[in-house]
Design a binder for this molecule. Structure first.
Ligand code: PHE
Ligand code: CO
Length: 259
């Protein structure tokens, strides 16, 4: 796969300078339009933890300065943002997470990609992922995930762990007193799937099941047909705490499940 970011200036850990001054006014305006569209949806469809966090970010005026957000994040949960040219290799990604650094892509999509983009851009990464890093339990869970990723590499189990990431961090749903809400970044940053995942009767919404998530393949080019619903980030933290080594061993012998 060829990636569209500029990797030529990246450091060994794939980090780059954000170079905020190089964004043009059209890019800030496009980010604002994306932000405004999602802002009309999130009060109804996003989980309360995400909604609580975005208020303190005042990211509605354009592409945020990562350094300023990192300053707030460090004070709250010890996380920071690291600017990257786009998708990065597993080991670099897991290593950042294991050090409470969340990689955020520096470039923004083109106007014609307003509704849909294949690779993550700064809007997806920032709007979808960063607010939840202010939640202490979510923040701890993602840190554990990063360490678990490095371990999964040693155990040749990254494919299984990536499925879990997909069905939680990217496309996870949560039960709340108001009904099912989205916490997955791929949902929160999506113009179409955010309402769909909560309201459409068609997709399956399964009670979160660790082993099933590890086994279920996923499709990256359409709305999900299956979502896993957690009760809380605490549940996610607890459910993923056990040593996965024997689980990987057992599941490796079983066929993957269709999405
Ligand atoms: N507990 C997992 C292991 O031992 C690591 C992990 C933590 C995975 C959190 C996902 C989320 O491998
Ligand atoms: Co993402």
């Amino acid at each position: 796969m060829s990636l569209r970011g500029d990797y030529s200036r990246a450091a060994a850990d794939f980090s780059v300078e954000q170079d905020w001054d190089s964004y043009c006014s059209d890019e800030h305006a496009l980010f604002r339009r994306l932000y405004e569209r999602q802002s009309r949806l999130v009060p109804r469809y996003a989980c309360p933890e995400w909604i609580a966090a975005i208020a303190g970010l005042d990211a509605g005026s354009g592409i945020p300065k990562f350094s300023e957000v990192s300053r707030k994040l460090r004070a709250r949960t010890g996380w920071e943002i690291v600017a990257v040219p786009g998708l990065i290799p597993d080991e670099a990604f897991f290593t950042h997470l294991a050090h409470r650094r969340f990689p955020v892509t520096v470039w923004l999509r083109k106007p014609e990609e307003f509704d849909y983009i294949v690779e993550p851009d700064v809007f997806h990464d920032f709007f979808g992922h960063v607010p939840l890093l202010f939640d202490p339990v979510y923040a701890d869970h993602l840190h554990e995930y990063g360490k678990g990723g490095l371990k999964a590499m040693r155990l040749d189990a990254v494919k299984m762990l990536a499925r879990l990431y997909w069905y939680t961090i990217e496309f996870g749903l949560m039960n709340t007193p108001e009904g099912v809400r989205a916490y997955g970044a791929g949902l929160i940053s999506s113009g179409g799937e955010l309402a769909h995942c909560v309201e459409d009767p068609a997709p399956k919404r399964l009670k979160f099941d660790l082993e099933k998530a590890l086994r279920t393949d996923y499709q990256i080019d359409r709305y999900q047909t299956t979502y896993f619903v957690i009760e809380s980030f605490d549940q996610l933290l607890q459910a993923t705490a056990p040593d996965f080594t024997p689980i990987y061993e057992r599941l490796r012998a079983l066929p993957a499940l269709a999405p």
